[in-house]
Design a protein. Structure first.
Length: 129
């Protein structure tokens, strides 16, 4: 099994921008990060934290929790948001014929045969495309 680099980013809810820390730490009372050479405690009322999935989209961009992606298979495309739930990253697919469906990125069920992903935005910003 290939090792995945553990990385995080933080969405500043007030400034509406991403902070990419050089170091990220889980503290007893929450999260902390080193950004621009200084340690900062992250107030989760002011910041949203997203973890890197270890995957790249079709354009080579890193896919993080909270990203909205298009998922392509051989006949159709779906769209959904990346979530971390029950120890796995999943895509919550929004345009299925049934209700919102979630599937583990690493174990595609028989009903889907996704060949690639493309980031189209995230749950914090407007969609890119």
């Amino acid at each position: 099994m290939e090792k995945r680099e553990i990385k995080f980013r933080a969405w500043d809810k007030q400034k509406k921008e991403w902070l990419i820390p050089s170091t990220f730490a889980v503290l007893g009372s929450g999260f902390g990060m080193q950004y621009s050479g200084m340690w900062r405690s992250l107030d989760l009322d002011k910041f949203a934290v997203s973890q890197f999935t270890g995957l790249l989209d079709k354009n080579g961009k890193e896919i993080y929790e909270g990203d909205r992606v298009k998922c392509f298979d051989n006949s159709d495309r779906y769209q959904g948001a990346i979530v971390f739930d029950k120890g796995a990253f999943s895509v919550q697919i929004e345009n299925c014929l049934t209700n919102v469906t979630s599937y583990d990125i690493g174990q595609t069920p028989a009903m889907f045969d996704f060949t690639e992903f493309e980031i189209v935005g995230n749950i914090y910003e407007k969609e890119i495309k």
